[in-house]
Design a protein around this ligand. Structure first.
Ligand SMILES: Cc1cc2nc3c(=O)[nH]c(=O)nc-3n(C[C@H](O)[C@H](O)[C@H](O)COP(=O)(O)O)c2cc1C
Length: 264
């Protein structure tokens, strides 16, 4: 039985009030007077910085405590909010977990699901239980990403592919992830939890759908390669295995290495 959190102690709607000023929340306009931006490539240094963020971004589970400066957090959230989204529906919502008991309860949900996932893995149960799959208690900030109810009204791009709302939210999370690397912070995307239980814990309305618990904060260093690769759980497949010409070519797709599986 999960511990009951005294919700009356949790202040609602703290975000806006906690930010330095409401003006700081407004979006920076890139080019208000022009309808296009010149298609000039970035300078070599700028391109290098973009690719560096992509290649050095890691899913982090080890954090160094500390805090995330509010101005930096705002920059990261702006980066997330500038993600592409299907029909421009912007389905992402961010809940900043400030209450320690709530954070502990989220950690508990992840731990419960970690055990269930391990059991479902059968032969790899033991190996899985050795992996660190979250840093909820250690990260400076915990943000829950969820999608609001009413998404069925957004038909543009979702009539045949309703999961495009999830894809859009994934884009927002990736923006935040890359920006965090650029800011020298680490982020871990935790998805090992029962979404219904998390929705109930955070009093989400019916139809809302949590997608991730983001652990964010200072780190001592980034894993030089995916931690799951360092731990020999999985390895990056060759790019060549992912590419096909014209038609699906099953013969080109190599099976995962023996005893390993791609992804987590
Ligand atoms: C949608 C999604 C959900 C994920 N959920 C978890 C998770 O619950 N726990 C975890 O340790 N890592 C999680 N990860 C991180 C992946 O394990 C990680 O991205 C992968 O191992 C590659 O490592 P890298 O991100 O450092 O390149 C998730 C990643 C994505 C994209």
């Amino acid at each position: 039985m999960r511990e009951k959190i005294t919700l009356s102690l949790i202040r609602r709607g703290g975000w806006c009030g906690d930010w330095p000023t409401m003006a700081a929340m407004s979006e920076p306009e890139l080019s208000p007077s022009a309808t296009t931006i010149p298609s000039t490539p970035f300078t070599e240094a700028e391109r290098a910085a973009v690719y560096r963020a992509i290649y050095e971004r890691r899913d982090m589970r080890h954090f160094a405590g500390g805090v995330v400066d509010e101005a930096v957090l705002l920059r990261l959230l702006r980066a997330a909010h500038h993600a592409p989204s299907v029909g421009f529906m912007q389905p992402w919502r961010f809940i900043r977990i400030k209450n320690a008991a709530l954070r502990q309860a989220i950690h508990g949900l992840v731990e419960e699901e970690r055990v269930r996932t391990a059991r479902a893995l059968g032969a790899r149960e033991e190996d899985f239980m050795q992996l660190k799959v979250q840093g909820v208690l250690d990260a400076a900030e915990v943000l829950v990403v969820a999608m609001p109810p009413g998404r069925e009204a957004h038909i543009f791009g979702r009539r045949t592919l309703p999961e495009m709302d999830i894809a859009s939210s994934g884009c927002a999370i990736q923006n935040l992830w890359l920006a965090a690397r650029a800011e020298g912070l680490g982020m871990g995307w935790v998805s090992i939890f029962d979404p219904q239980a998390l929705a109930e814990l955070l009093q989400m309305p019916a139809g809302a759908h949590p997608l991730g618990v983001l652990c964010l904060g200072p780190v001592d260093g980034y894993y030089a390669e995916p931690m799951l690769q360092q731990e020999k759980w999985a390895s990056r497949a060759p790019l060549q295995d992912m590419l096909m010409d014209d038609l699906w070519d099953a013969s080109r797709i190599a099976p995962p290495p023996a005893g390993k599986q791609h992804g987590a």
